[in-house]
Design a protein around this ligand. Structure first.
Ligand code: ATP
Ligand code: MG
Length: 309
């Protein structure tokens, strides 16, 4: 996991200290922050690193399939069940079961899951016996499970079971120091992937990346760099290779989640230039219309655009 900021170092430290001991753990964080990567890291640092890693996306199955997928079934349990099938929980024996997007799990499924997690036993569909399993469970979610409990969309017992230990993955806007390192890492990876000569990020483009608030977090940064590498031709990623909405003047002062300013302030000339770019975008690129909307002459508009600040 790339990153040398304090929040990242703290998180990696917590992963290392939890990994040997946890039985059940929940990873919480906004979309694209790196929850799946963190889950893999926990497994890799755990004593069952060489055991199975079984991943289940709770958002992708219906109530009925959930039971079959997780618990398995025995031959004859239903028409079409021609042979026994091991469920994912049993398959994770002596390893890790990763329950991704746990907040999406339907309530019926939650009831069955919490029982299995508490007893560490699985009873396949149609079986008269239960099997003991020795599993570690890592769940991940971008939902606020506590308020889901209040709204009765998440079971309280499952919530308490999962949240005994938690790992919070910080949003990218709270670890902006990592942006240059992450961006350069992605540039290198995409340059290789697209068979391009190694690209660099210009100082102004990097400044824009540092200032943006990244609602899609590391995934959004990765995608931005991917398309910028594709678009740039002369070995340098410039502002024009970044999406217009990431250059918006609303991000002209850097804010973190607490709403306090960071140390990466834009000059007034840069803010002006970005605002003009937004207006230009809105009027379809016409400098005459943009100048009219901004109540300045075309000459002044050109001057502002060329002012490097
Ligand atoms: N610290 C990091 N270093 C390098 N790459 C990272 C880092 N964090 C996230 N990524 C990359 O960002 C992308 C999103 O990460 P991941 O899938 O782990 O996020 P997530 O929190 O699980 O997202 P979602 O909530 O949408 O499931 C992946 O391509 C991952 O490789
Ligand atoms: Mg994920």
């Amino acid at each position: 996991m790339t990153g040398t900021s304090l929040p990242m170092l703290n998180m990696v430290g917590r992963i290392k200290s939890l990994a040997p001991h946890y039985r059940t753990l929940v990873i919480v964080g906004e979309t694209g922050t790196g929850k799946n990567l963190a889950a893999h890291a926990i497994h890799n640092f755990s004593p069952v690193a060489r055991g199975p890693w079984i991943e289940y996306d709770c958002a992708s199955f219906s109530n009925k399939l959930f039971e079959i997928e997780l618990f398995g079934y025995v031959r004859g349990a239903f028409s079409g069940a021609l042979r026994d099938r091991v469920g994912l929980i049993a398959a994770a024996d002596k390893g890790t079961l990763f329950l991704d997007e746990i907040g999406e799990l339907p309530l019926v499924a939650q009831a069955k899951l919490v029982r299995a997690l508490q007893t560490r036993e699985v009873r396949p569909v149609g079986a008269t016996w239960s099997k003991q399993v020795d599993i570690r469970v890592v769940a991940a979610t971008k939902c606020d499970l506590r308020s889901m409990v209040v709204n009765k969309t998440f079971r309280e017992d499952l919530y308490y079971h999962l949240s005994m230990l938690d790992l919070k993955v910080p949003p990218l806007r709270d670890r902006r120091e990592d942006i240059p390192l992450l961006a350069n890492t992605f540039v290198e990876a995409f340059s290789k992937q697209f068979n391009k000569t190694e690209q660099n990020i210009s100082a102004r483009a990097m400044q824009a990346l540092c200032n943006y608030h990244w609602p899609g977090n590391v995934r959004e940064l990765e995608n931005t760099i991917g398309s910028a590498v594709l678009m740039s031709n002369d070995g340098m990623i410039e502002l024009e290779h970044l999406p217009a909405h990431q250059l918006g003047s609303q991000n002209s002062t850097v804010q973190n989640s607490e709403g306090t300013s960071g140390n990466c302030l834009l000059s007034l000339a840069e803010v002006t230039r970005r605002h003009i770019q937004i207006v230009l975008e809105e009027v379809g690129g016409s400098k005459t219309q943009a100048a009219h909307a901004l109540k300045i002459s075309r000459a002044t508009l050109y001057r502002y655009l060329n002012d490097s600040g």
